[in-house]
Design a protein around this ligand. Structure first.
Ligand code: PGA
Ligand code: ZN
Length: 420
């Protein structure tokens, strides 16, 4: 039984309003959730309910979403016996009644869903990751993909690609992977400062230097990996990109990268060249979400050699992912709980991927709180891949730190990509 449900408007890491949700079960177990929020969103994501009152927070307030939680959602959930998280999530889906959760807001439903998961885990004396692990899955500590350089919508520099990440695939343990990330970040910071370049940060803590071409960043990353005493390489410290290409596609279909306008084919060729020159193992949102034919070409051409992750194009939605798989688009999916709006649908999305041998990477959003839910989800899913921004800033490192705590408590859990 759910006996109490509270929602408060708080701030996320970008200084925008988001929801804090606390749920209490009969017996006293409670669960808390802080709701993440994207800057660069896919068009089919669950809709965030925002107040639209331009005199407060530029219209971004979430007091209506909070009122929906303490009003109609609590009214629906209280005083009934719930058998599972899936039942609660189904009730939220039905109460909302829209395809994109636009009535209650995906931010409201995901907050309640996450808080419910935490409360139920607590009531059963389980760690959240233990509670979330499906019985068909072996939990695992994921390879962290640290964002070291930001561009696109996440920074105000001239870089078109949004995220340049490093992945310590060859690290012997979670703790050593985090050490590699932090040491390489520090060397990159030092190198940029020594070159007189800006060392300010983007939304997720990645550095935002005044580079313009992706090649400049990739060269700086390899130099920093070397400089920190690690080996750049596909099975050592590899590089992953999230160009977030929907953001630099122009109305006429061309992609604007640095000072060049590229066709879809030319952009695919650029990725091919970059992957030949640098140890890039994964590219997320390499093309825009509506460039379906391009995605097919990209997958045909590079899908054997590279992980191609769908974020905007899949939006963690099991149905959209099924369609993408049928269309032979990408070979992996980014997983963000707030994109679909409940934990149960997130788990379903991951199960669809697993069944079709699509890899999964659990991900943060540009706007985060100190909630470390996604670290637990990454371990529980056994997916082997995780991204939570830079190895710096509280709302990012709390997730990596949680992974190190789990690793310390459970030395039996394997670290690494696994079978994917
Ligand atoms: P977002 O960025 O939260 O702005 O969507 C993360 C990503 O694109 O992967
Ligand atoms: Zn992305």
């Amino acid at each position: 039984h759910i006996i109490d449900l509270r929602a408060t408007q708080i701030l996320d890491s970008r200084g925008r309003p988001t929801l804090s949700v606390t749920l209490t079960l009969a017996g006293g177990a409670t669960g808390w959730a802080g709701v993440p929020s994207g800057a660069s969103t896919g068009s089919k994501e669950a809709v965030e309910l925002r107040d639209g009152d331009m005199s407060r927070y530029g219209g971004a307030g979430v007091t209506k979403a909070a009122a929906g939680i303490t009003g109609s959602i609590f009214h629906r959930l209280k005083g009934r016996p719930w058998h599972s998280l899936a039942d609660v999530d189904q009730a939220l889906i039905e109460l909302d009644g829209t395809a994109a959760k636009s009535r209650l807001g995906g931010n409201a439903t995901v907050g309640v869903s996450m808080a419910t998961a935490r409360a139920v885990a607590a009531s059963q004396g389980q760690q959240l990751w233990e509670f979330l692990t499906p019985y068909t899955v072996r939990p695992r500590l994921p390879v962290p993909h640290f964002n070291l350089v930001s561009g696109g919508l996440h920074a105000s520099n001239q870089l078109d690609f949004q995220e340049f990440m490093i992945a310590p695939i060859g690290a012997p343990s979670m703790a050593e992977a985090v050490r590699a990330g932090a040491e390489i970040y520090a060397v990159l910071h030092g190198n940029l400062a020594a070159a007189g370049r800006p060392t300010g940060q983007g939304d997720d803590g990645g550095l935002a230097p005044d580079f313009t071409h992706p090649r400049e960043v990739l060269a700086a990353l390899v130099e920093a990996i070397d400089g920190a005493g690690y080996t750049p390489g596909l099975d050592q410290v590899a590089i992953a990109l999230d160009p977030a290409a929907s953001r630099f596609r122009r109305g006429d279909g061309a992609y604007q990268v640095a000072d060049e306008r590229l066709s879809t084919l030319e952009l695919i060729e650029l990725y091919e060249e970059l992957a030949a020159d640098y140890p890039i193992w994964s590219i997320e949102d390499g093309l825009a979400e509506d460039d379906t034919e391009g995605w097919r070409q990209l997958t045909d051409r590079l899908g054997e050699r590279l992980q191609l992750v769908g974020d905007d194009v899949f939006v963690t939605n099991p149905t959209v992912i099924e369609q993408g798989i049928a269309a032979r688009i990408a070979n992996a999916a980014l997983i963000k709980v707030d994109q679909v709006g409940t934990v149960t649908e997130t788990l379903q999305a991951m199960e669809v991927c697993r069944k079709h041998d699509y890899a999964r990477m659990v991900s943060h959003r540009a706007g985060e709180t100190v909630d470390d839910f996604i670290a637990e989800l990454a371990v529980a899913s056994g997916c082997g891949q995780f991204k939570s921004g830079a190895p710096a800033r509280g709302e990012r490192v709390i997730k990596y730190n949680r992974l190190m705590h789990i690793a310390a408590q459970r030395p039996d859990l394997p670290y690494g990509l696994g079978e994917g």
